[in-house]
Design a protein around this ligand. Structure first.
Ligand code: ATP
Ligand code: MG
Length: 448
């Protein structure tokens, strides 16, 4: 029996068993083995096998298993059992890399170790089978225990083959909270400029995961030069002294702290990363103190450009842009009065308002310690917003208990009609009138 047991779910287990009974070798491999050894539940289980793609199909289809030829040229098929897809990839070696991004060709092999040797980091280069136990030819388990990311093989060659691995390395450092082994770290700095060969969308995907990691702050600080290789417009933040008592950090240090203080969710972490990127061009000194008037708008414009260039989904760009633009509302400075809160809810809606509160909290957390007392306002304000939203209060004209048709008998037309509805909304928002039909009609009689 193998020494190390992993809790393989039924579907991948059944696939391995079927491939083995057809005379092939088959294992769980890569990220799922890493995560399972860390005691985490893998999101998906990838399998590798000595079987060629057509042999995989021949072994599984007779058992009623659907096979999709998803990445045939790379030896990958997807098997589906009970609507659960599992990727199965034939053991392979990568041919030469002429473009720093994709192997020119792949060569199938029967040798598991050869397949593991093409993988990026030792902790990602382990395979596990229910009968064979753990295959770990590169010391992945020891590195996992030490919390170390180390290239399989010669780091500069491996990063030279595929520059995306540079960002994957930072991503895993941030997500797993691992350190980067010295020669791997050196190669990563040396080869950072080859990231120019990597497709924008793949850069975006890795950066997003990096930002959402548990150790985003330290990774962004320590590897800032690599980050600036893909986000050059953020470079001016580094070393930028804000010359204000509000901040004890330069803008980059403040930014990195804000990222980690934000909830680990892509839009919020991107917003934290970009919220002050417009500060350097807005900087001016008055009486020896730094000011940044208008920086939120400049940051918004830059955020749109940066995320657009990274081929971020449109919806995400809009969300981030909105958060960046309004990050300066000073929500935590004093608790907003009920009328103000209703206006905010009307202007932003519940989700965005709560996100803005989270961003403000992250921003304040990353400022000078003397300002931290403001965080006391966070929890009560959050509770207040949630309670208010649950009441579904009237915060827009459309929600008023009267509509345009009710105003026609009063002789109101066109713009006057709109103005009167706006006035009614004001009264309701300010709490001077309840949003009730009779009360609103009575007000109209008196004021129309
Ligand atoms: P996650 O799925 O959590 O993002 P992962 O390690 O599973 O992490 P995948 O992109 O799913 O990452 O890749 C699966 C495996 O394929 C990796 O664990 C690694 O062994 C290998 N791999 C992925 N990308 C590369 C690459 N660019 N270079 C070398 N090996 C890679
Ligand atoms: Mg994976």
């Amino acid at each position: 029996m193998p020494g190390i047991m992993l809790n393989l779910p039924p579907v991948p287990l059944q696939l391995i068993t079927l491939l083995e009974s057809a005379g092939h070798a088959a294992y769980a491999v890569g990220g799922c083995v890493r995560d399972a050894l860390l005691g985490q539940t893998p999101a998906d289980w990838d399998l590798c096998t000595s079987a060629r793609p057509e042999e995989v199909a021949a072994a599984l289809r007779p058992h009623g298993i659907t096979i999709h030829e998803t990445g045939l040229q790379h030896g990958t098929v997807t098997a589906v059992i009970d609507h659960q897809p599992v990727e199965i990839t034939t053991f392979r070696l990568d041919g030469g890399y002429t473009d720093h991004r994709r192997p020119d060709n792949v060569i199938f092999t029967d040798d598991l170790t050869a397949d593991l040797s093409r993988r990026d980091f030792t902790v990602n280069a382990m395979a596990w089978g229910p009968c064979q136990g753990l295959a770990d030819p590169f010391g992945g388990q020891a590195d996992l225990q030490a919390g170390l990311l180390r290239c399989v093989g010669e780091p500069s060659r491996r990063f030279g083959e595929d520059a995306l691995r540079i960002l994957r390395c930072l991503r895993f450092a941030s997500v797993l909270g691992f350190s980067i082994e010295e020669s791997t770290s050196r190669a990563l700095f040396d080869l950072k400029d080859s990231l120019a060969h990597v497709a924008a969308e793949r850069i975006q995907i890795e950066l997003t995961k990096l930002l959402c990691g548990q150790r985003a702050r330290q990774t962004l600080l320590e590897y800032r030069e690599v980050v600036f290789a893909v986000l050059p417009r953020l470079r001016p933040l580094s070393g930028f002294d804000q010359r204000t008592p509000w901040h004890c950090h330069d803008i980059w240090e403040h930014t990195c702290a804000a990222v980690e203080a934000a909830p680990p969710e892509p839009a919020l972490r991107w917003a934290a990363l970009l919220h002050d990127c417009g500060k350097p061009p807005c900087f001016f000194l008055r009486d020896g103190a730094g000011h940044f008037h208008g920086h939120a708008e400049v940051s918004e414009t830059m955020a749109r450009e940066i995320l657009g260039a990274l081929k971020c989904p449109k919806r995400m760009i809009e969300r981030v842009a909105k958060l960046v633009r309004h990050h300066e509302m000073r929500l935590l400075e004093q608790s907003p009065a009920p009328a103000k809160l209703r206006r905010l809810l009307g202007a932003f809606g519940r989700e965005t308002l709560l996100d803005l509160l989270e961003l403000t909290r992250a921003d304040v957390t990353a400022q000078a310690p003397e300002k931290l007392y403001r965080l006391e306002n966070y929890q009560p304000l959050r509770t207040q917003i949630i309670a208010l939203a649950a009441e579904n209060p009237c915060v827009s004209r459309e929600q008023l208990a009267v509509n345009g048709a009710d105003l026609l008998p009063l002789g109101l037309r066109g713009p006057q009609l709109g103005q009167m509805l706006e006035r009614l909304l004001e009264e309701v928002l300010e709490g001077r009138l309840p949003n009730e039909r009779d009360a609103l009609l009575q007000f109209l009689m008196l004021h129309a």
